[in-house]
Design a protein around this ligand. Structure first.
Ligand code: NAD
Length: 323
């Protein structure tokens, strides 16, 4: 029997999704929050996720197309909408919210830290957590950009600490990137892999610390290359997307992906590259000078200024009829 009692620290966009996904697959889930005001922000997220899962299941009843199927909710062959809807109802009831860290973690098998991406605050949290956690607890971080070795000492359990990185819309984009640092004990990596499978994820191992894990190590340079082609006037977004999609049979081109990611995030990534060349991709560091980051930033900042921030806003590089 794997981990049963799951504690999520942070109930933001991802924390609430991880909580719902784990509860959906039968785990006893407690979300630890730091204040009453956090509760009023997290509860509506849980309500919204319940509705989101139900909507997804009703769509899955009508079509098995890859574009709508959510493998985090059910595999195609074993899909039974009644069973899935019952799991959603149970998950909703099973999630507890707790402000007292001692109560939250008293019997935790795993704590998933999914707090804001602020290194100083994560370190302070780990230091506060160290004397509270039971011996058995495995601790993971969902950080997208900070490496686990940065925090390992603060956790006081470096051998039981690693990264378990989820993607936004966890029930559909059900990848779990599991990254250890040089002091993580392999047995806990195996336990986290097993846990990820139990909650409907497809785990992949990142055996060496790498900013960007696997996905962003591939995706970020790809998106920057596409924006560079546009910024230098080599071609336009629709043609660049068409070239990519037809030649590789991919469902989306880079500018369609940028619209989904959101142009604010795209601007942040460009800015990060200007200040830290080689962030995520050492390859791009070597090739940095031919890249027109100034031109890319101008394009995305102009769009943001016009409210064209991507698919969620109804317009980015493309216009969308529904958000
Ligand atoms: N949003 C994404 O698409 C995404 C995807 C994968 C991983 N992540 C990672 O997940 C983590 C959370 O991201 P998010 O998008 O959910 O952020 P968010 O801003 O939506 O939520 C952050 C949560 O952390 C809490 N928090 C912030 N500072 C805290 C502190 N000092 N003590 C206790 N709680 C604190 C906030 O109250 C909130 O509940 C980050 O490490 C991020 O890199 C995000």
């Amino acid at each position: 029997m794997g981990f049963k009692n799951v504690v999520i620290a942070g109930g933001g966009v991802l924390g609430s999704q991880i909580a719902f996904q784990a509860a959906y697959w039968g785990k006893d889930v407690t979300i630890w929050l730091r204040s009453e005001s956090s509760i009023s922000r997290t509860r509506p997220k849980i309500e919204a996720l319940k509705a989101e899962y139900e909507k997804a299941i009703h769509l899955m009843e009508k079509s098995r197309s890859v574009s709508i199927w959510c493998n985090g909710i059910s595999k195609v062959d074993s899909f039974d909408s009644k069973v899935c809807l019952k799991r959603v109802a149970d998950a909703y009831k099973r999630i507890k919210i707790e402000l007292d860290i001692h109560k939250a973690c008293a019997d935790a098998d795993i704590v998933i830290e999914s707090m804001a991406e602020i290194a100083k605050e994560k370190t302070a949290f780990y230091k506060m957590l160290a004397p509270v956690l039971p011996e058995k607890t495995v601790l993971v971080t969902n950080s997208s950009t900070l490496l686990p070795s940065k925090f390992a000492a603060a956790t006081k359990r470096p051998q039981k600490y690693l990264s378990l990185h989820f993607a936004n819309h966890i029930w559909k984009q059900n990848i779990a990137e599991i990254m250890s640092h040089d002091k993580t004990d392999k047995q806990y990596v195996d336990q986290v892999v097993a846990f990820a499978k139990e909650i409907g994820m497809e785990p992949v191992l990142v055996n060496k610390e790498k900013a960007g894990y696997l996905l962003n190590s591939l995706l970020v340079p790809f998106l920057l290359c596409a924006m560079d082609l546009y910024a230098n006037g080599v071609s336009d977004p629709a043609s660049i997307d068409k070239a990519w999609k037809i030649s590789t049979s991919s469902p989306q081109g880079p500018f369609e992906i940028l619209d989904i990611v959101g142009l604010e995030t795209a601007a942040n990534i460009c800015e990060k590259y200007v200040s830290v060349p080689g962030f995520i991709s050492p390859l791009l560091k070597k090739m940095m000078f031919p890249y027109n980051f100034k031109g890319m930033l101008k394009i995305v900042r102009d769009k943001i200024a016009q409210g064209k921030t991507g698919k969620a806003a109804g317009v980015g590089f493309y216009k969308y009829s529904s958000k």
